[in-house]
Design a protein around this ligand. Sequence first.
Ligand code: GDP
Length: 208
Amino acid sequence: MSHYPKACFLTSAYQPGQFIADEGVEVAFAGRSNAGKSSAINAIVNMRNFAHTSKSPGRTQLINFFALRDKQRLVDLPGYGYARVPKPVQDHWRTLLGTYFEQRQSLAGLIVVVDIRRGLGDFDWQMLDWSKQIGRPAHILLSKADKLKRGAAMGILNQVRNEIDETAVSAQLFSATERTGVDDVRTTIDSLFASRLSSVNVAPEIRE
Ligand code: GDP
């Protein structure tokens, strides 16, 4: 049986008023366009075409909400780093994501998908910075690890671990095609949910 047998699409939001009700817990996925975010989500949920891998420029502006279990969600944030994105589109992206991070009480943590051959870029650092500012942990998936030999992949993982603040950010190797690291990231997602629920429970003033 699948790890998330009841996973399903909930809604897409172009603006904050369209976000799903801020209750329960959710883990958000971010990544540069083409980093392998959709493929990672599909592998984690174990469904083909769950998060669509083919994208029109319009869809890149949406935050997509999916249910994993009752009151546990996966949020697919719009990809960044598209070439030749007009300024108004960039501004919309920044405002939409900025508002999401500022407002979202149910956000348990952030998963940043990074192509292992590219390493962390400016936008990835921006996402890590946002999650740090609101006190949520982040976890980096070094995707497409199958493209490198094991030793080279481990070398990059160690390099990334040296660059990040390991008290708040963790990292792992991942491959959607070989399905390596899938169980590890599922465990991370479930523990992010659990730790958010326990922190909300000890701080009732922030409960919705
Ligand atoms: P997104 O834009 O971040 O959602 O990226 P996609 O999931 O659409 O993947 C971008 C490209 O990378 C596609 O051609 C995928 O087939 C390829 N890709 C994604 N994950 C992997 C992986 O684990 N291994 C390899 N070799 N290719 C991958």
